[in-house]
Write a protein that binds this ligand. Structure first.
Ligand SMILES: Cc1cc2nc3c(=O)[nH]c(=O)nc-3n(C[C@H](O)[C@H](O)[C@H](O)COP(=O)(O)OP(=O)(O)OC[C@H]3O[C@@H](n4cnc5c(N)ncnc54)[C@H](O)[C@@H]3O)c2cc1C
Length: 638
């Protein structure tokens, strides 16, 4: 049966969940129920009053002004890591029509495909350029967060490391209420997505869309880092994604590359199926709102989306089956709130008519916070010609280097900068490593995002840095942080980025992890054979030897390792935003499928887990029953 499109809260006769029945009658009866809790009552009344004057304006907003209106089975918002996967999988069914709407452009920028090109994308027009509020804890600095605004999303501007976290991370998901998302549930989807050039095994897939390979030309200093770590009793680890053993150890990262070029969900999942007649992929379409309708006595139902096209005109796309929200950890909660799904106080303060009050939207923000140890080589001025060893911006301008990449898919341009790394428990009581060290054969500033400042300077990550000396860096990352932040919209204008509080170091433990990371990095730089490349420690400067000095250094230079998740947490409790089927609580025909649903951040990187989420979600949406692997006995229990 076809439901006619009646926007919820856009007509005085329609009601939203908290205000069913006669609004004022309910408000009065609320007085009795809530008389012991006056504040809660006042909030409800305020919410109720605020929604009334808006009814008329929203009705006109929805019913007119659309230069085009179309209908699909599924509309996916956001062509990032998750959105590309879901679009590809759902359109396998020829009977279903799928529309993917992406705010950014096609991923045809040259720097996307050259692995070493990614720093040039940060701060460019392919970056949403998010930042936090000024934070006293971070000595009045802002956190700068790049996020991809392009087909492929943040994955298209990422460092390409392929890391899933440990089996324990997914046990933690289950414990927190994400039923059906334990290690044996998610592993089949990691395998389904993967095409690992090392071949198939219990923990790796062969034949999936996402090519995973070893770095074709790791730097000789990265090898030295791996050996030096072992002299400090860090055990070798050839595969950080092997769940039959502990994640601890040192080794090389695997990357999402094919023949030395970037592989993203856009190139891997979408490119091969762009010709499907039932799939429409449209870029430069900024979704501004999800449209809801409601029949009396039932839950609000997603009917479609309203978006602005590249000429600034408003269009809408309606759905027969579902709207799938994949706008990422910042875009997704922002769109939910703009559409009336979120914390009531935020909606009220901006005059947004509430569709479904959900306090958890925008909460539980988690990220990997990082601190840099960086040093110069022994002879930084003489090293200029050694571009295969000491990477600087000049490396990419060298013809030999460019030809090696074009013809053979090898050489320094295939570097992801973070080439080798280690996972360490800085406290023996921890179940899993809390620290990731990432070795970078490149001299880095203390805060690599500093040049972007608050973005107003229009700075770019690496522009005008050709005087960078040769050297190497070790980045410490707190990979299982306890700190939590939050975000909320500050305007009804979808173009205005939300107000974001990083929450970094709300738990002191995360700071301790980074402090230990810097101290271990110092030791590593002096361990053979890495010591032979070491000239002078620059960051933190050698003058900073006391614990308090190093902590101050960390606070004044810490930066993101780009793993924002958790802002629309999956679970079954009151604070959860989506249930374990990824359906938005209290709303019909709306699912969230992206990094925002993660209950807690996996202790690796977040791209592979996001692809896994999207693979599993596609099966759920299509009603396919997933096979659970019975590998429990092989999975490391520590
Ligand atoms: C610089 C950087 C380096 C990274 N390095 C790594 C790494 O080495 N390994 C790893 O595993 N992960 C890495 N990540 C993280 C990884 O890329 C993300 O975890 C992953 O892309 C998240 O996927 P997503 O689908 O949730 O969001 P995204 O990939 O960010 O996709 C969201 C998409 O939605 C679009 N969108 C947002 N709002 C709207 C709207 N209103 N209308 C239409 N479209 C909209 C965006 O433009 C974007 O394309 C990195 C991220 C960054 C930024």
């Amino acid at each position: 049966m076809k439901t006619s499109f009646v926007p919820c809260c856009y007509s005085p006769t329609l009601k939203c969940s908290r205000f069913e029945g006669k609004v004022w009658k309910r408000a009065f009866s609320s007085v009795l129920i809530y008389k012991k809790n006056l504040r809660a009552y006042l909030r409800k009344v305020k919410l109720c009053i605020s929604s009334l004057p808006l009814v008329a304006s929203l009705e006109s907003d929805v019913q007119s002004n659309f230069v085009r209106s179309r209908e699909f089975d599924y509309v996916i918002i956001g062509g990032g890591a998750a959105g590309c996967v879901v679009a590809s999988r759902l359109s396998e069914d020829k009977r279903s029509t799928v529309l993917l709407l992406e705010a950014g452009k096609e991923d045809d920028n040259f720097y996307i495909h050259v692995p070493m090109g990614f720093p040039y994308l940060i701060g460019s027009d392919l970056d949403w350029k998010y930042h936090s509020t000024y934070d006293e804890k971070l000595l009045d600095r802002r956190v700068i967060w790049p996020r991809g605004k392009v087909l492929g999303g943040s994955h298209a501007i990422s460092v390409m490391l392929y890391l899933r976290g440990s089996a324990n991370d997914y046990r933690e998901w289950e414990r927190s209420g994400a039923t059906g998302w334990g290690p044996e549930d998610v592993l089949p989807y990691f395998l389904k997505a993967e095409n690992n050039l090392r071949g198939a095994s219990a923990y790796h897939g062969k034949g999936g869309p996402l090519r995973v390979s070893d770095l074709p030309s790791p730097n000789e200093m990265s090898h030295a880092f791996v050996v030096a770590s072992q002299t400090l009793d860090i055990p070798p680890n050839k595969d950080f994604n092997d769940w039959s053993r502990s994640q601890e150890g040192v080794g090389f990262f695997q990357v999402t590359q094919a023949d030395g070029k970037r592989v993203s969900p856009s190139t891997a999942y979408l490119d091969p199926v762009r010709g499907r007649r039932n799939l429409s992929v449209e870029t430069q379409k900024h979704v501004e709102k999800i449209l809801f309708a409601r029949e009396t006595g039932s839950a609000p139902r997603a009917m479609g989306v309203s978006y602005i096209n590249s000429s600034g005109k408003r269009e809408r796309a309606m759905v027969r089956k579902e709207v799938i929200l994949s706008a990422g950890a910042y875009g997704t909660p922002q769109l939910l709130m703009l559409s009336g799904v979120g914390p009531p106080d935020v909606l009220v303060s901006l005059g947004i008519p509430p569709v479904m009050p959900l306090d958890g939207v925008g909460k539980n923000l988690q990220d990997h916070c990082a601190a840099m140890f960086s040093c110069k080589s022994k002879n930084p001025s003489k090293d200029k010609k050694r571009r295969d060893l000491y990477y600087t911006e000049e490396t990419g301008k060298d013809w030999k280097t460019i030809l090696t990449w074009v013809l053979a898919g090898k050489g320094p341009l295939t570097s992801t900068m973070c080439e080798a790394g280690a996972f360490l428990k800085t406290n023996s009581t921890f179940n899993d490593p809390d620290l990731q060290l990432r070795f970078i054969p490149f001299f880095s500033e203390a805060d690599p995002y500093f040049s972007l400042s608050d973005y107003s300077s229009k700075g770019m990550f690496l522009r005008n840095r050709s005087s960078r000396p040769s050297g190497f860096s070790i980045q410490s990352v707190a990979i299982r942080p306890k700190s939590r932040g939050s975000l909320k919209i500050q305007s009804r204008d979808p173009a205005v980025i939300p107000t974001i509080e990083s929450g970094w170091f709300s738990s002191q433990e995360d700071l301790e992890t980074l402090l230990r990371g810097i101290l271990i990095s110092q030791k590593l730089a002096h361990a053979s054979p890495l010591s032979s490349y070491f000239g002078e420690q620059c960051f933190p400067s050698t003058g900073l030897s006391k614990k308090d000095d190093i902590i101050r250094y960390i606070l004044s230079t810490c930066h993101t390792a780009n793993a924002v998740v958790g802002t629309c947490r999956m679970g079954t409790d009151k604070g959860a935003v989506v249930n374990p089927n990824l359906q938005v609580m209290g709303v019909e025909r709306l699912r969230v499928v992206d990094a925002s649903i993660m209950p807690c951040i996996p202790g690796g990187q977040t791209g592979a887990p996001t692809v896994m989420i999207a693979e599993k979600a596609a099966d759920m949406i299509r009603g396919k029953v997933s096979a659970k692997t019975s590998f429990e006995q092989n999975v490391c229990k520590s």
